[in-house]
Design a protein around this ligand. Structure first.
Ligand code: NAP
Length: 256
């Protein structure tokens, strides 16, 4: 497995927003970024989960002697959020932190795995709204604060079914193709800037989403979210400043 190594204070002074921060891969990314000194903004829908992660981040900052580092919570359900919510959020981030150095689009929903002909229009719309439209609206609103950072990194989260369609993965698969497309459009459009846009495909990982897709699978056979963090750290650090428009596998050994 590819291991990217970054300096122990690689993210000191950087402000990073993570969506779906309350659980799974998003939670692991927040902790990993805090361990490297970042100010971490936790966005999610279940406040109790976000508060638990907040407490862990404060603890990590303290024990790592990153005494100036901050943590903030943005409770937001991507399902109902409008362009105005994201614009207000961008303004608050600008006022509090000055700029945004990193954005990890991690939250998404699976929807039901079912034959294509059974997909209901309202479910298709909901999954596409959370997994795609929210990413569009949020990225658009945050571009002004991302541009203020010296070298901002935006990471989108894809899946193996985001580049190869698979039977019964309908809306989720379609949404991940769209996410990869959005990343590529942005990467090309800002190729001459200091900003970069990439995707990570985490690969099968021991989380609630994976368990709901594969209920009979033994979770012990899967890597934990904490174990796949090296590419998440690399892409947020300045060491990846030349990477743009690519999709990275967090577990390349799974592709073999
Ligand atoms: N796990 C895998 O094997 C795997 C494989 C390939 C790709 N991925 C991708 O990796 C990313 C993270 O997946 P995961 O496995 O960590 O999923 P997860 O365990 O289901 O966690 C998802 C997180 O997103 C949040 N979220 C979901 N809907 C939201 C909404 N409407 N508004 C705000 N937050 C919302 C959840 O909030 P709550 O705390 O409220 O539940 C949760 O914290 C996803 O994009 C997924 O597609 C995962």
């Amino acid at each position: 497995m590819t291991e990217y190594k970054v300096r122990s204070s690689a993210l000191l002074g950087k402000t990073i927003l993570v969506t779906g921060a309350g659980d799974g891969i998003g939670k692991a990314a927040c902790k990993a970024y805090a361990q490297l000194g970042a100010n971490v903004i936790l966005l999610g829908r279940t406040v109790a989960n976000l508060e638990k992660v907040y407490d862990e981040i404060v603890q990590i900052h303290q024990t790592s002697n990153f005494n100036e580092a901050q943590c903030a919570i943005i409770p937001l359900d991507l399902k109902g959020a409008t362009e105005k919510h994201y614009q207000d959020m961008a303004m608050t981030i600008g006022d509090q932190f000055g700029c945004l150095d990193g954005l990890l689009h991690n939250a998404s929903v699976l929807g039901h795995l079912q034959p294509f002909e059974h997909i209901k229009e309202d479910e298709f719309s909901e999954v596409m709204h959370v997994n795609v439209t929210s990413h569009f609206l949020m990225t658009k609103a945050l571009l002004p604060v991302l541009k203020k950072a010296p070298m901002a990194s935006t990471i989108f989260t894809t899946s193996t079914v985001g580049s190869q369609g698979r039977a019964y993965w309908g809306t989720y698969s379609v949404s991940k193709f769209a996410v990869e497309g959005m990343m590529q459009v942005l990467a090309d459009e800002y190729a001459d800037s200091t900003m970069r846009f990439n995707c990570i495909n985490p690969g099968r990982t021991r989380t609630k989403m994976r368990a709901s897709a594969y209920p009979a699978e033994n979770p012990e056979t899967l890597k934990t979210a904490d174990e796949i963090m090296s590419v998440y750290e690399y892409l947020m650090s300045d060491e990846s400043c030349k990477e743009n428009g690519k999709t990275f596998l967090a577990q390349p050994s799974l592709a073999k």
